[in-house]
Design a protein around this ligand. Structure first.
Ligand SMILES: Nc1ncnc2c1ncn2[C@@H]1O[C@H](COP(=O)(O)OP(=O)(O)OP(=O)(O)O)[C@@H](O)[C@H]1O
Length: 626
């Protein structure tokens, strides 16, 4: 029997194939099963178009058999088989896809799941096998044929006995090496898990004999080992089923079977799209935050299937970072895959799907907010910060998508509110959306800077997440209302009278304020009478863009020294302490210095900042007391 050589290019290609195209060796099983599934699909298609062929689903299956002793793995199917010529053409020429040709010849367009297109998948078998034997009998043929190859040297074809139509792929599994345990591909449990991972939704049963331990008949404690044929795959993917037939439990089971999370999904969406790009997707919003969610280790992405075969475990291009909490899968027959099927070409279709998914997640979240407030708040508690990062990190470009999803704690409502609700409730004379940034709601409730606004009955949003103020700086305004910090110089309140009075007092006490500023030795850029304080004696505010809260956050980051807010010490000129200051300025400058430092340190403490010299601070208080 003459050995035929692979074409020269094929030799090189085969070498490439075996060594570089696939990153995971286990993929060979996916490829061989996909071929078998294609072969059964072809019979099914023929039966639809030819009355002489009948197709009874029960007769069609794929079988995996592992023979550990002889290191043989066999994958057989009851598909359409290959003629001698087809064996020659399809397996003798690398990059020739009989499946692709079949699709073209039969003008199969939609609805069929034929997977093969490149004509290379078969050769992945050589990643794990020294020798590959294919015994096949084609539909309508009398005889079967055997194709055999040990790799780059070439292949042989000879007659073979085969009773039934179909194909057997027999792999002589390689011996183990130091780095690789090929035994894995003879182990039923490992094989079962590879099938589950990649081929769970192949439409025909994939069967294997599995050893299990069972109670002996008639006995209550004695077990015996029995071999039973098991169907390894679930076949019909949930996402192909009719939504109306599915229950909440079905979706919840799928979520846990797929290990999307240990929790239950808070919400799920099932999309079947038939427009410019056809795809099915099941998306979940988890109820609980994954423990590593806000760490670098967390990987976003959706499972990606192409015609029911898993291509990618976590396709990150399908989700924007701000929706990285979404779990689930997408299946589309319209994707342009690369040759290894492990990666996508830069794909317009994928971009389209990603855009649709983004819109869908947004609208689902909005509907959750509208119809199920309690759960939305729960969701926001877990993932709201990610949405705010989304506004910040995209230079505000995504604000249209995200701003309606934001929530903050409200000073007047004492609960979480949306920006829309805030704007709806704004007082007629209110110019800005006010916010106060700080450590906790309790602390912000007591912040002296809010006194004037609270007095006027204005609502204040509390920013307690580090990212809040940064995100709002990107947002700038909502429904044409600008955001304004309670500590900013201009609160947009008409206070001509008060301002005039303040100016007068400032002028009268010019030297006192200058003295106090100098006493603080550059720690503040100004000391001035406050317009916002009502009962408290002092507070800090900031001139310029950088707030004190932002300075706090930035200075906690590495390499961020130097980011300093322009701090202003504001004094309540209606407070009795102001009289003491004036008196000290007249009579005892040393005392005024001490008072100034005390007041400054108090303002720092109120702001949640630490004081540089706590010992001096306490000593000064003792001095006052004695
Ligand atoms: N089990 C099988 N039964 C019938 N024909 C098969 C079988 N396995 C392979 N073939 C034929 O061999 C051809 C080459 O297979 P191969 O896996 O290399 O490529 P493919 O499946 O067409 O494309 P891809 O590289 O995208 O998987 C197939 O197109 C098909 O015609």
């Amino acid at each position: 029997m003459a050995k035929k050589e692979f074409k020269a290019e094929s030799k090189r290609l085969l070498d490439l194939m075996i060594n570089s195209i696939y990153t995971h060796k286990e993929i060979f099983l996916r490829e061989l099963i996909s071929n078998s599934s294609d072969a059964i699909d072809k019979i099914y298609y023929k039966a639809l178009t030819d009355d002489n062929i009948s197709f009874s689903k029960d007769d069609y299956f794929i079988k995996i058999e592992a023979d550990k002793d002889n290191r043989i793995l066999k994958i057989s199917d009851t598909g359409i088989g290959m003629t001698k010529d087809e064996l020659e053409e399809n397996l003798g020429v690398i990059a020739k896809s009989g499946s692709f040709a079949f699709k073209k010849e039969n003008e199969i367009k939609d609805g069929f799941d034929i997977i093969g297109q490149f004509g290379v998948g078969f050769y992945s078998a050589f990643m794990v096998a020294d020798k590959v034997t294919v015994i096949s009998k084609a539909l309508g043929e009398e005889k079967g044929y055997k194709w055999e190859s040990t790799g780059a040297e070439g292949y042989t074809i000879e007659d073979a006995d085969k009773a039934e139509v179909g194909t057997e792929i027999i792999l002589q599994i390689k011996p183990n090496t130091e780095d690789e345990s090929y035994d894995d591909y003879l182990n039923e449990y490992r094989l079962r898990s590879i099938v589950k991972k990649y081929s769970d939704f192949v439409r025909y049963p994939i069967k294997m004999d599995m050893k299990t331990s069972k109670l002996k008949e008639g006995s209550e404690e004695e077990f015996e080992e029995v071999v039973e044929e098991e169907t390894l795959n679930s076949m019909v993917p949930l996402w192909r089923k009719n939504k109306s037939e599915l229950t909440k439990e079905d979706y919840e089971n799928f979520y846990s079977e797929k290990h999307y999370g240990f929790d239950k999904p808070l919400k799920y969406v099932h999309i079947s799209a038939d427009g410019a790009v056809r795809y099915n997707a099941i998306l979940y919003i988890p109820e609980k935050m994954p423990f590593d969610f806000y760490t670098k280790e967390y990987e976003k992405g959706l499972e990606l299937y192409s015609s029911g075969v898993m291509i990618m475990n976590k396709c990150s291009d399908l989700l924007p970072d701000y929706f990285s909490f979404v779990k689930g899968m997408v299946d589309s027959e319209d994707l342009s895959l690369n040759i290894s099927r492990e990666l996508l070409q830069h794909d317009r279709q994928l971009k389209l799907i990603a855009k649709k998914i983004k819109d869908k997640v947004k609208s689902e979240l909005l509907s959750l907010l509208k119809n199920d407030r309690e759960n939305y708040e729960e969701f926001f508690k877990n993932f709201g910060r990610q949405l705010k990062y989304g506004i910040y990190s995209n230079y505000g470009m995504e604000k249209e998508v995200l701003q309606d999803l934001l929530m903050f704690y409200s000073s007047t409502e004492k609960k979480m509110v949306t920006l829309d609700e805030y704007v709806e409730r704004m007082k007629e004379d209110q110019k800005y959306i006010y916010y106060a940034a700080g450590e906790s709601n309790d602390r912000l409730d007591k912040l002296p800077q809010t006194e004037l606004l609270t007095d006027k009955g204005y609502e204040i949003l509390y920013f307690t997440d580090e990212v809040d103020e940064f995100a709002i700086k990107m947002l700038m305004s909502y429904k044409e209302k600008e955001f304004r910090s309670v500590s900013s110089k201009d609160l947009g309140i008409d206070m001509e009278e008060e301002n005039k009075k303040t100016e007068e007092i400032k002028e009268e006490n010019k030297d006192l304020f200058t003295f106090m500023k100098e006493a603080l030795e550059g720690k503040v850029t100004d000391v001035r009478p406050s317009v916002r304080l009502k009962n408290h004696p002092v507070c800090l505010s900031a001139d310029g863009e950088l707030s004190i809260e932002m300075e706090k956050i930035l200075s906690a980051m590495p390499n961020a020294e130097g980011a300093k807010a322009e701090k202003v010490l504001e004094l309540n000129i209606n407070h009795e302490i102001f009289e003491s200051l004036k008196a000290a300025f007249e009579n005892d400058k040393e005392k005024l210095k001490m008072y100034t430092n005390l007041l400054y340190n108090q303002a720092l403490l109120i702001e949640g900042l630490s004081i540089t010299d706590p010992v001096e601070f306490t000593n000064n208080i003792c001095k006052l007391m004695s």
